[in-house]
Design a protein around this ligand. Sequence first.
Ligand code: ZN
Ligand code: ZN
Length: 423
Amino acid sequence: MSNGTTNKGRPGQPVRTHEESLDLLAAVAVEVGLGLKRGQELLMTAPIDALPLARRITEHAYRAGAALVTTLFTDEEATLMRYRYAPDESFDHAAKWLYDGMGAAFKSGSARLAIAGGNPGLLSKQDPEKVGRANRAVSQAYRPALELITRHAINWTIVASATPAWAAALFPGETAETALEKLWALIFSTTRIDRDDPVSAWRAHDANLQKRAALLNEKRYAALQYRAPGTDFRLGLADDHLWLGGGTTAGNGIYCIPNMPTEEVFTTPHKDRAEGTVTATKPLSYQGTMIEGIRVRFEKGRIVEAQASKGEEVLRKLIDTDDGAGRLGEVALVPHSSPIASSGQVFLHTLFDENAASHIALGQAYSSCLREGDKLTPEELAARGANTSLIHVDWMIGSEKLDIDGISAQGTAEPLMRQGEWA
Ligand code: ZN
Ligand code: ZN
């Protein structure tokens, strides 16, 4: 892209070149997102089209004292070649040695950074059967390494890079260059890179999210009741649940902010206590497949009916991954006025869309969302209601029409959100 400016200098906003903004994003990802420590290794994954950001991050990581930065690039064309030419048995296969290696890296103290930004519809035209099998194989192989991330054993973060395929999916009517510029502008504004001092903007935002989580922790609700068009749903929270928001002190003692952007406060629901019907308010891009018009019904925590107007087969395969895939592992609250929601843009990427709307996630729970959760055995976690699964997939149920009540242990209801905003 050209080195034109990323904003037109609205009053109070600094005017920076694209290169300057990209460099700031990398600096903030390393300093605020990861909190990378001197002498620590960094394992990064990135789409090949995110090379410019990956290089900036590498530079900032070394300047922060990284012992070694190792980056694994993925190429979407190569992924498509597999679907076109690989033998059928290929789709039950995953590079187990690679995921074992990632697990070994985390165990030896490496930090983890993922750059998101692939084509959200990459696999939309591929056989859902094969997509489902390939996803399952990866989930199984990645599980031991992913567990270290969901437990926050190490410091980690995810940031996004605009890529031509992603930009084209969001702005189909624009030229390639304009689409890319528009997407970068959205990434820089939603990740607070367009502020005078992005680092202090992040510190202030993090403190706000922590305050919101603390308020919810004082309330100690037993359940949440959701009402919106197509949604009438009661969700029990796990016993000893803990609301989190913003940053976390990882098991290695390093403070990190795992998602950039982040606008959510979230906790662990009880895996056996979801009842009623929920309708998604945004399309879900899952591993390259678009799933639209999701509507599911829960009984005793488990999905008993599932529909989608598009991608229903992939949704069903997802729910059938294992016993926990049809139960909930996360509940998150995001006001409808969050900067990402106000941009009005559907990003087709969970990293952004989950921060634009209240959501729930199928699958694995975060043990850090239970009091003393990191010290509990798998059996103790399950007894408190924390779900286990190979998958963790967030989908959006928030809108300006959503009302949520907090239900106390005694069964009394109080307004928590009204028309999508904090009550
Ligand atoms: Zn979430
Ligand atoms: Zn999630």
